[in-house]
Design a binder for this molecule. Structure first.
Ligand SMILES: [Fe+2]
Length: 302
């Protein structure tokens, strides 16, 4: 029983055509389906129906984060655990959401909507499953192979971290402590990566960014070229995080949602001892080379 990985992120956009053009032409995701108010996108190396859903709405926002569970039975078991923890759970039937089967949805202690799903439609990778080529011709833009992680904001990071640890078995790889020893940010994993989910202090319900995985530093460098060529606003980087040790670029989509490309870091075992950073080192913790955060860092959408 457990969570396997981040399955998809659903964001609200005020211009579906503009957002779709950016996520397909600049990021290089592939459109798999669209309906009356949504566009569904996946990365070239992802077999599933979508890892990003763009939903048309009146203001830019964060709809939900969806995680895939290991087994079908896990949905019922997590439904019980979340309910016992004090958060109401809603069942979403097969057929109600495009590209996936039955799921459960609930609000987390920090106000984000979280979904758990087992049955996700397979549409296949861009490469063959038999004797595949290692490169794919005709990809546009950055062309990340897959979605990697999501970072959300919480007024009480410690309470939120406890929920994710106790209910879902997330392991905390790193934490940032304030002067009183309270957690002001945590990085948590279920997939033996430095983080599948991070939570930083901020308003409840917020999305700070979501990130795609790149295979190496050279791809990060080429991503910066793509972003600059297309006139995309780069927030920070290319640089390196002290926390996770990953290489990164933060940038914004045309509607203001922060994106990231990420690579590197370590592979934590289940008994990986949590790394602690202290408040006086917050600059190096987040951006190791710059050693400081910019003014925009805490701008989030809810
Ligand atoms: Fe990130």
């Amino acid at each position: 029983m457990g969570l396997q990985r981040l399955a998809h992120v659903d964001v609200i956009v005020t211009d579906l055509d503009l957002a779709t053009a950016y996520y397909t032409e600049v990021i290089g995701m592939l459109e798999t389906e669209r309906d009356a108010n949504s566009v569904y996108l996946k990365c070239w190396d992802e077999p599933n129906h979508h890892s990003l859903r763009l939903i048309y709405g009146p203001r830019v926002g964060f709809e939900q984060m969806s995680f895939k569970v290991d087994r079908e039975d896990d949905l019922g078991e997590f439904e019980n655990k979340v309910t016992k923890y004090g958060y109401p759970v809603r069942r979403v039937s097969k057929g109600d959401h495009v590209g996936q089967g039955e799921s459960i949805r609930f609000e987390t202690p920090s106000g984000q909507i979280m979904e758990l799903v087992y049955d996700i439609e397979h549409v296949g990778r861009a490469t063959s499953s038999v004797n595949p080529s290692l490169t794919v011709e005709g990809l546009k833009g950055i062309a990340p192979p897959r979605l990697d992680h999501v970072l959300v904001t919480a007024e009480e990071v410690g309470d939120s971290a406890k929920f994710f640890e106790d209910v879902f078995g997330f392991r905390t790889t790193e934490q940032l402590l304030d002067g009183q020893g309270h957690q002001s940010a945590v990085w948590m994993e279920v997939s033996h990566s430095p983080h599948d989910l991070a939570i930083v202090t901020g308003k409840n319900g917020g999305l700070h960014h979501f990130a795609w995985w790149l295979d190496d530093w050279d791809h990060v460098r080429r991503s910066a070229d793509v972003l600059a060529y297309n006139g995309i606003q780069i927030d920070v980087g290319p640089t390196r995080h002290g926390i996770t040790r990953g290489n990164t670029i933060y940038f914004f989509d045309p509607l203001g949602t922060r994106n990231e490309v990420f690579t590197g870091g370590y592979r934590p075992d289940p008994d990986f001892p949590t790394i602690t950073w202290t408040e006086d080192q917050i600059g190096r913790a987040i951006f190791y080379y710059e050693g400081e955060l910019n003014q925009r860092f805490m701008n989030v959408h809810t």
